[in-house]
Design a protein around this ligand. Structure first.
Ligand code: 13P
Length: 283
C-alpha cells in the first residue's frame, strides 16, 4: 500500500530499526525492491532522483512506482532523492510522491534554511514529510557531486539549529558517509552521530550506505539512524549480472532472459539490506 514516509520513519525511530530507501531508475529495479520488501515483510521507501526522472520520464517512472506501491502487500513510500529545486518538488507532488527531500546543502546556511522552509510550507499543507541535509556528503550521486575536499561533516549544534529554523521532518547527516563505492573501508564518526542524536529529535538519515560494513550499519541504527539509502550496490548487482549473462549467451535476444536474473540479483541485495537494517517483519 502507498503511504507517506513519516509514519514509516516514526515507527522505525520508536522501535529501533531503519527503513531501507532504495533508488530506482526503471521497472526492473522497482520490481526487485518491492519483491524484496514483500518477501521480508518490510516497509520500504522507493526513491527517485532528478536524474532518474529525466531518464525514465517525469510522469512515467513515478506512475510505475505508485502502481507497484498500491499493489504491494507492504507499506511503500515514494521519495524524491536530493530534490534539486522548488520546481522539481512541485512536479513530484503533482505526480503523487509521498515523501520529499530538498537538498540545498551546497548553499550557505541561511539559503539552505530558506530553500527548505519554502518546500516544507507546501509539503506540510499536503501532508507530505520533508528530508533536508546539512554538511556535505562526499562522492557522486546523480547531479550531486562533492569532492573529498568539499565534503564536510555535519556539526551537531548546527544540526539542532537547522531543524529548528527550517521545520522539516528528517535530517540527512554527513558523518563520514559518501555516495558511490568507497575507496578504502569507510569509518563513520559515531561520536558525532551520538552528539547529533542528543541534540535533534527528528529521525536521522544515512546516505551513501553502499559499501559500509554491516557492523557499522548496526551501530548507526543503534544510534538513531532511521532511514538508510542504497543505490550503488543495486546498480552493481544488476549490471554485473547482465554483463555476465550477455557474455555467456551472445545469441540470447530475449530481454526477459537477461533482465529476469538481474532482478533476482538486485532482490537478493535488497533483502540482505533489509535484514541488516532490522526492518524485516515490521510490515
Ligand atoms: P550509495 O551510492 O552508497 O548507494 O548511496 C545512495 C544514496 O545515498 C542516495 O541518496
Amino acid at each position: 500500500m502507498l503511504v507517506t514516509s513519516k509514519e514509516l520513519l516514526l515507527d522505525a525511530q520508536k522501535n529501533g530499526y531503519a527503513v531501507g530507501a532504495f533508488n530506482t531508475n526503471n521497472l526492473e529495479i522497482t520490481q526487485a525492491i518491492i519483491r524484496a520488501a514483500e518477501a521480508k515483510r518490510a516497509p520500504v521507501l522507493v526513491q527517485i532522483s532528478a536524474g532518474a526522472l529525466k531518464y525514465a520520464g517525469a510522469e512515467f517512472l513515478p506512475m510505475i512506482v505508485a502502481k507497484a506501491a498500491q499493489l504491494a502487500s507492504v507499506p511503500v513510500a515514494i521519495h524524491l532523492d536530493h530534490g534539486p529545486s522548488f520546481e522539481s518538488v512541485l512536479q513530484c507532488l503533482r505526480v503523487g510522491f509521498t515523501s520529499i527531500m530538498r537538498d540545498a546543502s551546497k548553499l550557505p546556511y541561511e539559503q539552505n534554511v530558506a530553500e527548505v522552509r519554502k518546500v516544507v510550507e507546501v509539503c506540510h499543507a499536503l501532508g507530505i514529510p520533508v528530508e533536508a541535509e546539512i554538511g556535505k556528503i562526499g562522492g557522486a550521486e546523480e547531479h550531486v557531486v562533492v569532492s573529498d575536499r568539499e565534503a564536510t561533516m555535519s556539526d551537531p549544534d548546527e544540526c539542532a539549529r537547522f531543524v529548528e529554523d527550517a521545520g522539516f521532518d528528517f535530517l540527512a547527516v554527513a558523518i563520514g558517509n559518501a555516495h558511490g563505492f568507497y575507496k578504502g573501508e569507510p569509518q563513520l564518526d559515531f561520536a558525532r552521530l551520538e552528539k547529533i542524536r542528543s541534540k535533534v529529535s527528528v529521525p536521522l538519515v544515512l546516505h551513501g550506505a553502499s559499501g559500509i560494513p554491516d557492523a557499522q550499519i548496526t551501530m548507526a541504527v543503534e544510534r538513531g539512524i532511521c532511514k538508510i539509502n542504497i543505490d550503488t550496490e543495486i546498480r552493481n548487482a544488476f549490471i554485473r549480472t547482465i554483463q555476465k549473462l550477455v557474455a555467456e549467451n551472445p545469441d540470447q535476444i530475449d530481454p526477459r532472459k537477461i533482465f529476469g536474473p538481474g532482478i533476482e540479483a538486485m532482490q537478493a541485495i535488497v533483502e540482505q539490506k533489509i535484514e541488516i537494517f532490522k526492518s524485516a517483519g515490521r510490515a
